[in-house]
Design a binder for this molecule. Structure first.
Ligand SMILES: NC(=O)c1ccc[n+]([C@@H]2O[C@H](COP(=O)([O-])OP(=O)(O)OC[C@H]3O[C@@H](n4cnc5c(N)ncnc54)[C@H](O)[C@@H]3O)[C@@H](O)[C@H]2O)c1
Length: 302
C-alpha cells in the first residue's frame, strides 16, 4: 500500500507542492470555508495582534483563520506568494485586518523586517505562532549537509530568531504568548525524518527554556504536538506514495487510538486556547493534540 521505505513513517509530507486541483479530496478542504461561515465568533482574541508563519496553506492557514474568527489582527507570512494571497483574502472576509508578506524564513533579515513591519502596521505584538516547517524524507546515512542546514534553519532557527525579535514588543505590550508548532515526531522515532523529528524535539526543549526565561515579562511559551492531520500535506503524501489511497488513509486513521487522524480545525483550536487568557497560567507546556497516538503502546498479538 505504502512504499516499503516509508511504511514506518506515518508523518510524511514532501516539500514538493501539488496543484490543489490534483489533490485527492479527503475531508473538507480548508479553502472552502468562506468568511461568511465564521458565525461562532467568540472574540477571545479581540484586537490582539498575532504573527503566524507558514500560512500559505494547511494548518498555518487554519490557525490564522481561527485567530481571525476570534477577533485577532493577523500578520501572516509564507514563501508561497499565491497561496499566501488566498489566505489573506479568506481572512479579509472575516472582517479583521491582515498584513500578508512573502518571506523566506531562512533569511534572518527578512524575519527582522517582517516583525518591524508588523509593529509599524498594528503597533504591537501579542502572539507569535511559529508554524512553518519543512520535512524532506531522507535516511540519516544519505542526508546532505545542505539539507540538514535547510531543515534546521526553517524549523528551529527561524522560531528562535522570530522570538528574539518579538520579545521587546511583547514586553512593551505587557506580555504575550509564543507558540511553537512541534509534533508527535518530537516524542517518537520515525525513520526517514530523523532531523525533522530532532527539530520538533528541539522546539519542545526551546519552549521550556524560553518560558522560564521570559516568565518575568509575562510572556508564555508553549508547544503543540499534533499527530497526523487531515491536511493538504497528508493528501500530497498519499498521492505520492499510496497505491490505494483510501486504504492508506484508513491505515493512518488506525494509527490513532481514537480511530481517525486530526483535523486542521482541532489543531487550530489548541492554538487559540494557548493564545487566549484562558491559558494565562499555562507556560513551558507541550500540548499533545494527537488522539492518543503518542501514548500508544504495543501488545504482542500471539
Ligand atoms: N500535517 C501534519 O500531519 C502535521 C503533524 C504534526 C505537525 N505538523 C506541523 O504543522 C506545521 C504545518 O504543517 P502543514 O501540514 O500545514 O504543512 P505545509 O507544508 O502545508 O505548510 C508549511 C508551510 O510553511 C511554508 N514554508 C516552508 N518553508 C518556508 C520558508 N523557508 N519560508 C517561509 N515559509 C516556508 C510552506 O510554504 C507552507 O505553506 C509544520 O510545523 C508541521 O511540522 C504537521
Amino acid at each position: 500500500m505504502i512504499r516499503k521505505s516509508l511504511r514506518n513513517t506515518p508523518q510524511i509530507y514532501a516539500e514538493k507542492k501539488f496543484p490543489s486541483a490534483a489533490l485527492p479530496q479527503i475531508g473538507k478542504p480548508l479553502r472552502s470555508i468562506s468568511g461568511a461561515s465564521w458565525k461562532n465568533r467568540m472574540n477571545r482574541l479581540q484586537d490582539r495582534v498575532a504573527i503566524v508563519t507558514g500560512t500559505g496553506d494547511g494548518i498555518g492557514r487554519g490557525i490564522a483563520l481561527a485567530f481571525a474568527r476570534e477577533g485577532a489582527r493577523l500578520a501572516i507570512c509564507d514563501l508561497n506568494l499565491s497561496e499566501l494571497r488566498e489566505t489573506e483574502q479568506l481572512i479579509q472576509k472575516t472582517g479583521t485586518q491582515v498584513l500578508a508578506v512573502p518571506i523566506d524564513l531562512r533569511d534572518v533579515s527578512q524575519i527582522s523586517a517582517f516583525v518591524e513591519r508588523t509593529v509599524a502596521t498594528f503597533g504591537r505584538i501579542d502572539c507569535l505562532v511559529n508554524n512553518a516547517a519543512v520535512m524532506p524524507v531522507v535516511p540519516t546515512e544519505t542526508i546532505e549537509p545542505e539539507t540538514v542546514d535547510q531543515i534546521l534553519q526553517v524549523n528551529l532557527r527561524a522560531p528562535i530568531i522570530f522570538t528574539r525579535f518579538a520579545i521587546p514588543h511583547m514586553r512593551r505590550a505587557g506580555g504575550g504568548s509564543v507558540i511553537h508548532m512541534a509534533s508527535v515526531t518530537g516524542h517518537l522515532g520515525h525513520p526517514g525524518i530523523t532531523v525533522y523529528g530532532a527539530t520538533k524535539g528541539g522546539l519542545i526543549a526551546l519552549a521550556r527554556g524560553q518560558a522560564v526565561e521570559l516568565a518575568v515579562d509575562n510572556i508564555r511559551v508553549n508547544t503543540v504536538s499534533p499527530g497526523t492531520v487531515d491536511s493538504p500535506m497528508l493528501h500530497r503524501f498519499l498521492a505520492e506514495n499510496a497505491t490505494d489511497i483510501q486504504k492508506a488513509r484508513e491505515a493512518f486513521d488506525r494509527l490513532h487510538p481514537r480511530g481517525k487522524v486530526g483535523s486542521i480545525e482541532e489543531v487550530a483550536a489548541v492554538f487559540v486556547f494557548l493564545a487566549s487568557d484562558e491559558a494565562a497560567n499555562i507556560t513551558a507546556t507541550d500540548i499533545r493534540c494527537d488522539g492518543g497516538y503518542g501514548a500508544r503502546g504495543q501488545q504482542p498479538t500471539s
